[in-house]
Design a protein around this ligand. Structure first.
Ligand code: UDP
Ligand code: MG
Length: 176
């Protein structure tokens, strides 16, 4: 009997430990010129809000070659980089800091594959994009990169740590 009880206690402790590991994260989203020009700012923002994610920061800005060379450092040597940079400067973008439990991978999954033609229906790119380049949104791909990218686009005081009044209905008590 005591064996069963201690196994039960160990299971509860394990589950508690697993739950305690859930992390509240903030990720960077850019609504690209392909989104701004097609007048989809409201529609795409609304998808994140409807999912239960919290908008912690939001601003319109004109990107420059300097910030694009940093942001797309992994692509600077690729032949398509000049076209990519031009597409990202074609109008202002909207930068968003989006917050939620495991937000980095949740937002990335909502974004879908890079090429809109290959992206699954139901994802943002799968619902709104037909291009490998003009693909509506950028989303950070890891927690480490999210921190770097948020610092690139936002001053600390532009990201707001307010509590969502709906938090208790978006998450269970042990999730946040
Ligand atoms: N891109 C492009 N041609 C390619 C691959 C990427 O123009 O063959 C552009 C596209 O706009 C993409 C961005 O470069 O969103 C960044 O590429 P990455 O591989 O990081 O894809 P993402 O993380 O945006 O899915
Ligand atoms: Mg990327």
């Amino acid at each position: 009997m005591s064996n069963i009880l201690s196994k039960f206690a160990a299971e509860i402790l394990f589950k508690y430990h697993q739950r305690a590991k859930l992390s509240m994260e903030t990720t960077l989203v850019l609504l690209k010129p392909s989104c701004v020009q097609r007048q989809l700012i409201g529609e795409i923002t609304s998808r994140f809000e409807r999912r239960g994610l919290r908008i912690a920061g939001m601003k319109m800005m004109q990107l420059t070659d300097q910030i694009l060379r940093e942001h797309y450092a992994h692509l600077v040597e690729r032949p398509f980089f000049p076209a990519l940079a031009a597409s990202m400067k074609a109008s202002p973008v909207v930068a968003m800091a989006i917050c939620g439990v495991e937000a980095v991978q949740v937002v990335r999954a909502m974004t879908g594959f890079t090429n809109g033609r290959a992206a699954d229906p139901g994802t943002i790119r799968g619902d709104y994009a037909m291009s490998n380049q003009q693909n509506i949104v950028h989303a950070s791909d890891s927690v480490e990169n999210a921190a770097i990218e948020l610092a690139r686009f936002f001053k600390p005081e532009e990201i707001f740590d307010y509590k969502s009044a709906l938090q208790g209905f978006i998450y269970s008590i042990d999730e946040c």
